[in-house]
Design a protein around this ligand. Structure first.
Ligand code: MN
Length: 144
């Protein structure tokens, strides 16, 4: 049992920087709520993206299942940008570009389910970016 102590904070759970390898993101924190083992090899994480921030634009073999906890924003999934709000569920398929951004005037908190055993994220090459930017709505949305 892990009780919520205040909005988006849980008993004994550290609020960590999103990533420590210098990849490009802005205003993002991470909390790990569940670290699975052999019986259930998944992690449950909560990410918060502050107003004006964004998650890293990336893709990887592993998949994500994401549920928005609070706030609203938009998510890039492949070559589409979708509006997202509280309790919407987002599936990020394997090798699919993705990035989360809150709407103006709000932050965005979401729960993300991921396998413990997973590959490292890939960042877009210049060629990948050219392909992504072929769609104007994607070109306007992405942050690198
Ligand atoms: Mn990812």
């Amino acid at each position: 049992m892990l009780a919520q102590t205040e909005p988006c904070r849980w008993q004994g759970v550290a609020v960590q920087p999103y990533k420590e390898d210098g990849t490009l993101f802005r205003g993002v924190s991470r909390q790990t709520l569940f670290e699975g083992g052999a019986e259930l090899p998944v992690q449950v994480r909560v990410f918060e993206v502050q107003e004006g921030g964004h998650s890293t634009l990336e893709r990887h073999e592993h998949v994500h299942v994401v549920m928005v906890l609070s706030g609203s924003g938009r998510v890039l999934v492949g070559d589409r940008v979708h509006p997202i709000g509280e309790h919407d569920l987002v599936h990020i398929p394997s090798m699919t570009w993705h990035q989360f951004r809150p709407d103006a005037g709000t932050s965005l908190a979401f729960l993300c389910l991921v396998a413990v055993d997973r590959d490292r994220p890939q960042r877009p090459t210049d060629t990948d970016l050219d392909l992504l930017r072929a769609r104007p709505e994607v070109a306007d949305f992405i942050r690198t």
